[in-house]
Design a protein around this ligand. Sequence first.
Ligand SMILES: Nc1ncnc2c1ncn2[C@@H]1O[C@H](COP(=O)(O)OP(=O)(O)O)[C@@H](O)[C@H]1O
Ligand SMILES: O=P(O)(O)OC[C@H]1O[C@](O)(COP(=O)(O)O)[C@@H](O)[C@@H]1O
Ligand SMILES: [Mg+2]
Length: 500
Amino acid sequence: MCISPKNPFLVRSARPGSLILPKPRSPANSVRFHRVAAVAAARATAIDLSDPEWKLKYQRDFEERFNIPHITDAFPDAEAIPSTFCLKMRSPTYINNKDRVLLKVINYSSPASAGAVCIDPDCTWIEQWVQRAGPRENIYFRPEDVKAAIVTCGGLCPGLNDVIRLIVITLEIYGVKNIVGIPFGYRGFSDKNLPEILKVVQNIHLSGGSLLGVSRGGPTVTEIVDSMEERGINMLFVLGGNGTHAGANAIHNECVKRRMKVAVVGVPKTIDNDILHMDKTFGFDTAVEEAQRAINSAYIEAHSAYHGIGVVKLMGRSSGFIAMQASLASGQVDICLIPEVPFNFHGPDGVLKHLNYLIETKGSAVVCVAEGAGQSFLENTNAKDASGNKVLGDIGVHIQQETKKYFKEIGVAADVKYIDPTYMIRAVRANASDGILCTVLGQNAVHGAFAGYSGITVGIINNHYAYLPIPEVIAYDKSVDPNSRMWHRCLTSTGQPDFL
Ligand SMILES: Nc1ncnc2c1ncn2[C@@H]1O[C@H](COP(=O)(O)OP(=O)(O)O)[C@@H](O)[C@H]1O
Ligand SMILES: O=P(O)(O)OC[C@H]1O[C@](O)(COP(=O)(O)O)[C@@H](O)[C@@H]1O
Ligand SMILES: [Mg+2]
């Protein structure tokens, strides 16, 4: 077996002497983000490496890209007042607006270093700083004038209730009395039969799901902002993934266009962990932990059967983070398949041949596959869900069927069991580590809004909390780097070959 890094540094050169960027992964379902990605890439590729000043220019460009929009951009005379965020025990320490968090902490000495993402062929180190999150000494909203709304969109994810709870609690500490929940995602802005939700949030984190409900699809941005104007909402907290954030950014832009003094702040919710620049998004840790149960069940089934093969499909439309981490954590997986790494089923190096080898040598096998893997083997229906996401074929069922067929053909007994735990995983409550993450994200979302920022999202970066402009985190979907140490660790743990 040989794990050979075929492409040592997953970069593309836009033109000779110009910037080398990490290759934007553009799965079929993210067509709507191409414009944002193109804008981000176009700005970066404008840097000419033959210019002796290119580093400085790159840094300036980076600072501009990661500068977070502020109420004073549209309202230069907006009044700042001393913060009303005061804890009972002691005065809080504040974050200075000039505080920064370092985005990249590894100084790669060569593009051939595992996982290296380089700006130029020499892999030059350039400091990239982003805004530190937290409470500011001055705020741009009077609590008594605030009507805050919270909305949760997209699919379920452990921790939604934890974030809702902390947003409400923190708003109350600032002195806000008028706090509402928008029911069933963006849909709640347009559906007249869905009244705003006013509920006690104290213990909502004890159960999974979303107190407010979620949905895909829904009204246009114009309709949402019309509704916000009608309701007098001037702080909007949006919990959701890349689609939701694209919506949140469009809402922010529309508010600026209409000269509405509104703070729109996102909290990234994606169980798939596919939002850029962050260590992880909330719910991911819990998902990996909960996935252990499914993998363990598949292992027990496979191990207890004569020639048993357990197949587990985990979430991950375009990114195999859950499958990779769950496989690594379990130590029970023999084959891990993710969308980022191509593979063959059939042929001398294919998955089926290796399964036969495992049955011959170990007597059983466990396969863990991410839902977006191997889509080229399945029929493309071109179907889309209400949000415009591509409806994927079921790779788990396909593996089950192909495996049964293959072993029948070669005349070897095989007992194949398939588990899809997706909706069981998504519905659980957040574990302790996600509970803490949600708490800090929820608090920081409110601090960001009171500080006057809008069109931003909050995330954990190198264990510190930061505010980022929305377009930068959704420019394309974050994915597993097949040349990363983590993927190689996963391969070391499963012992699987290349399958190509
Ligand atoms: N480009 C976009 N602009 C505005 N709203 C969007 C966009 N993409 C998705 N949305 C809306 O965001 C919400 C959630 O999107 P979806 O893709 O289902 O989940 P997620 O936010 O988890 O990616 C839906 O209501 C959808 O209509
Ligand atoms: O059945 P649904 O609700 O469309 O959700 C399925 C999708 O939800 C996810 O778990 C997460 O998706 P979102 O981040 O868009 O909510 C995906 O992995 C999966 O494809
Ligand atoms: Mg999405």
